[in-house]
Design a protein around this ligand. Structure first.
Ligand code: NAG
Ligand code: NAG
Ligand code: NAG
Ligand code: NAG
Length: 407
């Protein structure tokens, strides 16, 4: 038994409807059948732990043997020859220095981290699964099969709103990856809202994302967490909630909750550095984290169709929020419209770089602003604001009410 979006979706739907019609908010009574299905799913997701680590922010991580990690439940990865010492072949990625934060180190070093040959995986609880089954439609969410009653779903579907810059559309674009340094914020979201900042690379139906997000439905709290997302054709999920991303680093932790992140309005000095880059020899897509470009893991090229043998066509940097039906719009970034360049006041992505088809780092010079809703969030694109070789800053964000109401 494998957990695939395609198999799980109808079950999720039925469960979702059952749960939403039982009328009790927050106190969901599950039938025997549902309980069994949840238990089964938990068994598949939580692999046997060699060691268990509790973080200061309340998560439990299991150190799982490299070869037993969820990625290898993917049918296309059954006969893989991956191993824990894998390293990508990359040209040197040049970048500007950053105030990267690796909050994990304190907890991790105190507890001696995960043993080599294992990878840290956030343990999934029954509450996580129940919450995630109520997860609204996501950006780029694609329903594979026609649904029995599309109207019900549509009524519950909220709105994703982006405030980003992107590379100009051109089918001749061939990027071997992209990167950014992003300021960390903790926009206050409520209910099923979420608010994120991310780098996204895409070609055709395949995409990969990395960034930070505040997402109580996904994580059960309102902390600012590192996240990844991938979509390969009609299969998509956050983090490693479906098989795909191969973790390789026993020290870097996906979904790390960044502590001491600035609240709305306070000056900040925390940043994260993220890259998604293509292995020049075999075409796997690697996630690099932090100033030292530590290798977190990779999406094997075999997962994809368009990105299996080809390069990225579109790249986006910036913010995205989710507004549930009948809800206000959550704040994005620092919660302010960027009116003028000010890195201490406005959320930003900087050091925007692209990798060309030879893997060489180039300044992402030409970008276009893209706003889903001009009255909700704004973008200020400043390709030469910073110093050094990669001076590109994008300021983005907005408050939790439409601008009209502020004036
Ligand atoms: C890093 O943080 C320090 C102290 O908070 C600040 O003075 C410096 O300008 C920051 N550097 C960058 C590149 O943001
Ligand atoms: C996050 O949640 C906690 C507890 O639910 C609450 O006390 C805190 O104010 C929230 N923070 C934000 C930024 O929403
Ligand atoms: C949203 O509000 C409308 C009108 O008040 C109502 O008919 C609908 O049921 C609400 N939807 C949700 C998901 O609460
Ligand atoms: C933008 O958001 C406002 C407030 O939610 C809404 O009234 C308006 O219809 C939206 N505009 C577009 C083009 O979606």
């Amino acid at each position: 038994m494998l957990i695939h979006q395609r198999n799980v979706l109808p079950i999720l739907l039925v469960l979702y409807l059952l749960m939403s019609f039982d009328g009790v908010q927050g106190e969901i009574k599950l039938s025997k059948l549902e309980e069994l299905s949840l238990e089964k799913q938990l068994k598949l997701l939580n692999k046997p732990a060699v060691k268990t680590i509790k973080t200061t922010w309340g998560d439990t991580y299991d150190c799982v043997d490299f070869y037993k990690q969820p990625a290898f439940d993917h049918p296309l990865l059954k006969n893989h020859n991956f191993h824990p010492e894998m390293k990508p072949t990359l040209s040197t990625i040049k970048q500007t220095p950053s105030n990267s934060t690796i909050d994990i180190s304190r907890t991790w070093i105190e507890k001696n981290g995960c043993p080599s040959g294992t990878v840290p995986i956030r343990r999934v609880t029954k509450d996580d699964l129940i919450r995630q089954r109520r997860m609204p439609s996501r950006e780029d969410f694609i329903f594979e099969a026609p649904l029995d009653d599309t109207n019900i779903i549509l009524e519950e579907r909220g709105v994703n709103t982006r405030a980003i810059v992107k590379t100009p559309d051109d089918s001749r674009n061939k990027f071997a990856g992209a990167g950014m340094v992003a300021s960390l914020w903790n926009p206050s979201v409520e209910g099923a809202q979420n608010s994120a900042c991310r780098l996204k690379i895409q070609k055709g139906p395949d995409s990969m994302q990395a960034g930070w997000r505040v997402d109580p439905t996904l994580y059960g709290d309102n902390k600012t967490r590192l996240f990844i997302h991938f979509q390969a054709g009609d299969r998509q999920c956050f983090d490693i909630l479906c098989p795909g991303f191969v973790l390789i680093n026993s020290e870097i932790v996906l979904n790390i909750a960044h502590e001491n992140v600035a609240l709305q309005g306070a000056p900040h000095n925390r940043e994260i550095t993220l890259y998604i880059v293509r292995d020049l020899t075999n075409g796997n897509w690697w996630l690099l984290y932090g100033e030292n470009q530590d290798k977190v893991g990779f999406w094997p090229r075999d997962l994809f169709t368009s990105l299996q043998n080809d390069f990225v066509e579109n790249v986006e940097w910036g913010g995205v929020t989710y507004t549930p039906p009948n809800s206000s719009n959550p704040p994005m970034g620092s919660g302010f419209f960027p009116e003028f360049p000010d890195p201490s006041r406005y959320a930003y992505c900087r050091g925007l770089v692209l990798l060309n088809d030879k893997g060489e780092t180039i300044n992402a010079e030409k970008t276009l602003i893209f706003l889903d809703n001009q009255s909700l969030y704004k973008v200020l694109d400043r390709p030469y604001y910073g110093t050094g070789k990669f001076p590109h800053y994008v300021f983005y964000g907005g408050p939790n009410v439409p601008k009209e109401k502020l004036m």
